[in-house]
Structure formats: structure tokens, C-alpha cells
Design a protein around this ligand. Structure first.
Ligand code: GCB
Length: 620
């Protein structure tokens, strides 16, 4: 079912005429819970700044001496025939442990941006039956995969999973897997080259060899509909996908429902929600073991059930108003040398600061889809999630390829995560400049999100205009995208990027539509942990940051439609734009904790505010 399309404001630009939704295949939903061989660990790597493994020096196909994916013993080949030439030998190149970004493989790679080759061998399971997929959690940004010298596929986008069927290419014993990953952004990529975070090139999430029966459950989506019924959509892939018996079970609820797929391998069912169902909430993040059986396959996931909707300016979770006590975060683990490899422990260290330290119930996972490790943990801990695609700042709005990339990323993100109860909001963009092409681009993404998921809210982090003539902050939300969104979200930095005095912030005037929930998707100020300046309270001091939070929270308290916030940001994060030698040293310092976890004064200011709000759930 499709949610009724939002009514566009008069004069607003429509969505672009929609090409069909991009549907990534295979999807392998909940792949992280399937049986498989984890290919994490040591891989060989070799830089290729001129991309000579992809094209020769006149642009022709590369010659064999430049190819890194050849399935040969290079040293032996050269020793046995003096005419043989290889200039790359991955099998003898240095080793690094994956998943991780290459920025931390070696000191000289700290700023490498381009093509990197990775290679490892693995032993295929003996007595194979069924199908085998190579599944990548994420590789940033453009990836080519070769198995035993044969190309098996390509993928673009640094934050979403992809998989290739390699059943026929696997051989007994040792198999050689070669992966080229190119991190370089262009004007046409998503995100574009200029961002405010580190571009961690590499294979940053797990690579696994996953085994399934010939016909298997490629997609299953089990959820509460807006009217409180239980709905399931299942898609089988394989030679016996059509007209196949399917069984959905939630043992703890006594639910056992059977059905049959149609000719396309799809089964859709809705049923009354079992009376015993405990709805997922931050206070009680109940999850259930859910399985879908079809033929020899048994798909499983752990799923929470809740409803999320908007009524007037309220956000309703399970029918009750909720105030989003949140914070934003990047996918970057604590420590002085992060590599963007989100282990369960690394993710827990961050999310528990939000849940327990700040008394939060909400996290904005900025500015791209985060690891499924983090999404599963948010489900388990009870943190409501804002999930986003990296349509950030200035992308090539008029380029149809760029739109296709963004749509595919959004689809990959939503289809991966539709079973996560924690996710309440799909965000289609962050701080994008208003113009007709951009409006049409983003409307297309909004329509896609609604088509793929009619159970969640859609938003985008928007900018407001400041009245230049006024002598106190007068802020107006005039974005023509606003009518298309369920939740209005504003990034605001008065008193940090503007010369406003903090004491003037509480009296700011906000001209925003009153009939929709508003959240502050960002506000923040840099502070270098340990730098105190009580006398002058200069920018970059902990004192200024704490005062900035006090002033902004006082301002927030006066906004009648404000229903939550995700200040910028939990932890200091690497950003090449931030080079102030005294205070930043390559880090955006707007964290409430430093990169190594030291809490700044403002952490306590926000924790107190949220701690009080908790007693007053739903109130503003
Ligand atoms: C923003 C961006 C965020 C930046 C932040 C900042 O508005 O959305 O990505 O890091 O400001 O620190 O300026």
C-alpha cells in the first residue's frame, strides 16, 4: 500500500516523472543473521592512484602486467619464463585487517583518496549445495569485485550493502577474492566531494560468504501498520519461488500464519496483531524472534513492533506523544585513530552515552546509512532513530545519474532497515540549497520513501533564513519542500556561525509552520575538551559551548511546535575542513565528548535538560 501523497503547496515544484523504483538485487535482507563465512581479517592491499588496473595508459584495457585480479602466482610465472612481466603482485603486498578504512593501514595512507586493491584467499565450504553470495556490508565508494579472476559485479555508494551470486564461480579449495575500491568523490557522486567529515575510503563493514538454498527468502518485511495490524511482505528468489508455501512464525506470540507466493514469488498478508504483543518503545524495547520458512530456507530476524505517526504538531509513538531527546552522531568510533569500523562494542560505547549518559531516547544517524550493527543496537537499547542518505549540501541536482544514485542508495537503505523498529524517520537530505532542480530531486526521494515504506515519517534537515535587517534573530522557514515532509527539521547555528549574542537567543523569533512537528536536527558549538575560559568565555572554550547550549535550550523552550532535537554532535569527529591549529587539528570539535570520550561541560547541560524532560514525557 502507498501512503496518500502529500499535498504540495501551490507553486511548489513536483517530483520528477518517476522512473520505476530502483530495486537492488539480490537484497538478502537480514543477511547479517544468516549463516556464512566471515571474511574479516588480513587482506593484502595495494594503492593504484592512476587506476592502471582498470585502464591502460592510453585508456585501453589494462595489460596483464597491470592487472591485480589475475588468478596466477606472479612470482612463479616470472621465474619460469623470463619474458613474463608483472608490475603488481597483490599476494605479496602488505597486509591490513578488514573491515577498516585504509586511512589507518599505514601512515602514508592517512590522506590517500583514490583506487585501492584488496585481495585475500579463502577456502570454499566442501560439499556445497544451494547458492552462495558474497555480501559486503559497505565499501566506500565505488567497488568492483573479482572472484578467481572473473568480475562478479560493481557497486556504487559508500554506506549501503550489496551482494553478488557467486555460486558458479566458487571452486573447491582455495578461492581468490580481489576487490577494487575507489574513494574519490566527483561532482556527480552522492555525497559530493565537499562534506564536513572524513572520507574513510575502503571496506569498512564486514564481507561475508553467505549460503542459502536454491530458493530462498530474499526480502521479508514484518511490521505493524498504521492502523495497528500486523503485516508481512515476503519475496522469494530462485527456481521455485512461484506458488510456494510460506510460513510466518512469531513463537513468543503464538503467531503461525501460512500462505502461498504468487507467480512473482511474492506473499503479502495482514492479520490482527496478537493480543499479547508488547509494543516496542524506548522505555521497553521489546523485540521478537520472527521467522519465515519457505521450502528449505528459514529466514529469521529480531523485530520490534510499534506505530509512529504525526497528528498536528505531535509525533505519536504507539499513539502517545513523544518528545525526541536526541543527539546526532557520525559513524566513527571512539579513540584517537578512528577507522570507521563499527564493532558491537564500539557502537555500544557511543549509544550508551546517549541512553544512559544524556537520558536520551533519540539519535540522528548522520549523514548516511550507518552500520547494521548500530541499527540493531538501537533496536535493543530503545533509541528512536533518524536515518539519512548522503544527499548533502550541493549535489548535482540536474544530473539524472546523480538522482539515480541517490534513489538507489535510499532504496538500499530502506530495504535493509525496514524491519528496525527503532527507525522512525527517513531523511532524504541535509542542508541543501533551495532551487527548482533540488526541489524536484528531493520530492522524488520523498515519493520513493513513501512508496517503499508507508509506516514511517519522512523528513530532511533544512535551513532557515535569517532576517538581515532585524537586530535580534528572526528566523523563517521558507523551504518549498516543507509541505512534502511529515516532520520539519532545522539546523540552526545562531551564536556560533553568526555574531548573535547568546543572551539574545531565547527571544529569537521563529516563523515556522505551526501545524507540523518541528525538530532541531542540529545546533552546536565547538569546544576543545579541557580548554576552560571562565573569564572571557571565548569560542572553542567549554564555557562558551555550555552557555551556547543553555541559550539554545532556552530558545527551544519557546517554540510551541518543537517536538525534539538532535544537537550537533555526540563526539568530536575527523573533518579535513577543521584545521584551526589551537583548537581543532583536523577535528570538528562540536562533540559533547572528545574523540577519546572525555565529557565536556555542555554534556551535563544537555543531560540535565533531558533528565528533567523525561519526567514530563510529551511536554515541551
Ligand atoms: C552542519 C552540517 C554538519 C556540519 C555542521 C558543522 O550544518 O549539517 O554536517 O558538521 O553543520 O559543524 O558546521
Amino acid at each position: 500500500q502507498q501512503a496518500s501523497p502529500p499535498t504540495p503547496a501551490s507553486g511548489a515544484v513536483q517530483a520528477l516523472p518517476n522512473a520505476p523504483l530502483p530495486t537492488p538485487t539480490p537484497l538478502l535482507v537480514a543477511a547479517d543473521l544468516r549463516d556464512g563465512t566471515d571474511l574479516s581479517g588480513p587482506w593484502h592491499y595495494s594503492i593504484d592512484p592512476f587506476r592502471s588496473g582498470i585502464a591502460g595508459f592510453h585508456g585501453e584495457a589494462p595489460d596483464s602486467g597491470q592487472q591485480r585480479w589475475r588468478d596466477v602466482d606472479v612470482r612463479q610465472a616470472m621465474a619460469s619464463d623470463s619474458r613474463t612481466l608483472y608490475e603488481f603482485d597483490l599476494a605479496r603486498s602488505p597486509l591490513a585487517s578488514l573491515p577498516s578504512s585504509w586511512l589507518t593501514h599505514a601512515a602514508e595512507l592517512r590522506h590517500y583518496d583514490g583506487l585501492m586493491w584488496y585481495q585475500r584467499n579463502f577456502v570454499a565450504p566442501a560439499k556445497r549445495q544451494g547458492r552462495y553470495f558474497l555480501r559486503f556490508g559497505a565499501a566506500n565508494y565505488a567497488t568492483r569485485v573479482y572472484l578467481n579472476g572473473q568480475e562478479v559485479g560493481r557497486h556504487e555508494g559508500g554506506f549501503t550493502p550489496f551482494a553478488f551470486d557467486v555460486t558458479r564461480l566458487l571452486r573447491d579449495g582455495s578461492n581468490q577474492l580481489t576487490v577494487g575500491v575507489d574513494s574519490q568523490a566527483t561532482e556527480a557522486t552522492v555525497p559530493p566531494p565537499v562534506t564536513d567529515w572524513e572520507n574513510y575510503g575502503g571496506i569498512t563493514r564486514a564481507v561475508r560468504l553467505i549460503a542459502t538454498p536454491d530458493t530462498y527468502v530474499d526480502d521479508a518485511w514484518v511490521r505493524l501498520t498504521r492502523d495497528g495490524r500486523l503485516a508481512a511482505d515476503v519475496h522469494l528468489d530462485g527456481p521455485q519461488a512461484a506458488n510456494r508455501a510460506v510460513r510466518l512464525r512469531i513463537a513468543a506470540l503464538g503467531l503461525d500464519q501460512t500462505g502461498r507466493t504468487d507467480a512473482a514469488g511474492n506473499w503479502r498478508a495482514t492479520m490482527a496483531a496478537p493480543a499479547a504483543l508488547v509494543r516496542w518503545s524506548p522505555e521497553r524495547p521489546q523485540l521478537y524472534d520472527v521467522s519465515v520458512e519457505a521450502g528449505a530456507d528459514r529466514w529469521r530476524d529480531r523485530i520490534g513492533f510499534r506505530t509512529i505517526e504525526v497528528r498536528g504538531a505531535d509525533i505519536l509513538l504507539n499513539g502517545r506523544p513523544v518528545y525526541l531527546r536526541g543527539i546526532s552522531m557520525h559513524e566513527e568510533e571512539l579513540g584517537a585513530e578512528p577507522t570507521r569500523a563499527m564493532t558491537p562494542a564500539a557502537s555500544r560505547a557511543l549509544l550508551s552515552e546517549i541512553k544512559d549518559g544524556l537520558h536520551g531516547n533519540f539519535v540522528r544517524l548522520a549523514h548516511y546509512p550507518h552500520s547494521e550493527v548500530t541499527l540493531r543496537l538501537a533496536d535493543e537499547l530503545g533509541l528512536i532513530v533518524w536515518s539519512e542518505v548522503p544527499v548533502y549540501w550541493r549535489v548535482a541536482w540536474g544530473n539524472p545519474d546523480t538522482l539515480k544514485r541517490a534513489r538507489t542508495m535510499l532504496a538500499e537503505n530502506i530495504l535493509r532497515d525496514r524491519n528496525r523498529a527503532a527507525i522512525a524517520i527517513w531523511s532524504v537530505a541535509n542542508e541543501t540549497p533551495v532551487n527548482d532542480q533540488r526541489n524536484a530531486f528531493l520530492r522524488t526521494l520523498v515519493a520513493d520513501a513513501r512508496q517503499m515504506d508507508d509506516t514511517r515519517l519522512v523528513s530532511a534537515a533544512l535551513l532557515v533564513e535569517r532576517d538581515r535587517a532585524a537586530n535580534h534573530p528572526v528566523m523563517t522557514l521558507a523551504d518549498p519542500l516543507a509541505p512534502a515532509l511529515d516532520v520539519l527539521a532545522i539546523n540552526t547555528y545562531n551564536g556560533w556561525y553568526t555574531p548573535d549574542r547568546l543572551r539574545d537567543l531565547p527571544a529569537s523569533e521563529w516563523r515556522v509552520p505551526a501545524d507540523k512537528p518541528l525538530i532541531f536536527s542540529e545546533f552546536g558549538a565547538d569546544a576543545r575538551a579541557g580548554f576552560h575560559d571562565p573569564a572571557n568565555k571565548q569560542k572553542f572554550s567549554e564555557d562558551y559551548q555550555a552557555d551556547y547550549y543553555r541559550a539554545t535550550l532556552a530558545m527551544a523552550a519557546r517554540l510551541p511546535s518543537l517536538r525534539g532535537m538532535s544537537p550537533w554532535i555526540l563526539k568530536d569527529f575527523r573533518s579535513p575542513r577543521r584545521q584551526n591549529p589551537d583548537f581543532q587539528q583536523g577535528w570538528n570539535r562540536k562533540g559533547l565528548i572528545s574523540e577519546t570520550g572525555e565529557r565536556k561541560e555542555a554534556f551535563g547541560v544537555l543531560a540535565d535538560f533531558y533528565g528533567t524532560k523525561r519526567l514530563d514525557e510529551g511536554g515541551v
